[in-house]
Design a protein around this ligand. Sequence first.
Ligand SMILES: NC(=O)c1ccc[n+]([C@@H]2O[C@H](COP(=O)([O-])OP(=O)(O)OC[C@H]3O[C@@H](n4cnc5c(N)ncnc54)[C@H](OP(=O)(O)O)[C@@H]3O)[C@@H](O)[C@H]2O)c1
Length: 275
Amino acid sequence: MNSPIIQLYPHPVRERPLKGTYLAHNVRRFASGNRAFVYTNFITSLDGRIAVHNESTQEMQIPELIANDRDWWLFQELASQADIIISSGRYLKDWTQGNAQEILQVDDPQFAELRNWRCSNGLSPQADIAIISSSLNFPIPDILTACGRKVVVFTTADPKPERVKAIEKKDIPVIVAGNRKSVNGATMVNKLTELGYRTIFSSAGPKVLHLLLTSHVLDRLYITHTSRILGGNPYASIVEGERLNPAVDFNLTSIYLDPSGTDGLSQLFITYDQP
Ligand SMILES: NC(=O)c1ccc[n+]([C@@H]2O[C@H](COP(=O)([O-])OP(=O)(O)OC[C@H]3O[C@@H](n4cnc5c(N)ncnc54)[C@H](OP(=O)(O)O)[C@@H]3O)[C@@H](O)[C@H]2O)c1
């Protein structure tokens, strides 16, 4: 974690420590009273894959061959700046089955400095969680609402009443935001802004990114671009859904070269903003 990275853009080119790189982006400053700031993060292979098929579970999962501690540290710096983190029912299922961990790792001593950062910025140790789901078919582990963490569920029109009842029984509000087909990102972000959230970090996958893009609410995209080609079917990229019409444009805001990624391979940490 101690080896430096190289800031390539914006100029001047310079070496800097990995730790603190994304905290220095200080995304909280971008939140306005009118609308929370929405950002997301993905790690991809050189061939653009964010997930590969796991033969034993028959599920898609983040490729172990590209996941690495240095990217995970920066992911934690991004999650640390969030008031609320968007996730999915898939994640709750994985968590309940012991196949996933807390998104924000502030209870791990390794990330104590990020917990301190949150506290010194007036934030609770854990960010709240927003789940986006149409099916509402997910378990709710007790740990989710432990220590006063708030959870809110956004769903599509006409949700199954028995699932709504079961979720609300756990003091988790279920908010209909959208039509029968999709949650509407703008309705969701407006509601979260109304509830007082200023920064919203999506840790969910390509379908949620699609809804954020079609609703024009994604402000910033972080991508870690690793240097390993994976291949494989099905092909999972950062976005999944119908063709975006119009296409969604971004400008590159910053780029860092990390010479010390997985197995000594280099990787790029890239930030894109809405023009
Ligand atoms: N490499 C990376 O950086 C990265 C990052 C994130 C995820 N991933 C991988 O990507 C894969 C999929 O991730 P994921 O399941 O978290 O995310 P996802 O594919 O974006 O969405 C998962 C669920 O969210 C709900 N959802 C999505 N869009 C919706 C919409 N428009 N309206 C209503 N509900 C909607 C659906 O839940 P219901 O089915 O409950 O209705 C859907 O099944 C996983 O293998 C994950 O590991 C990789």
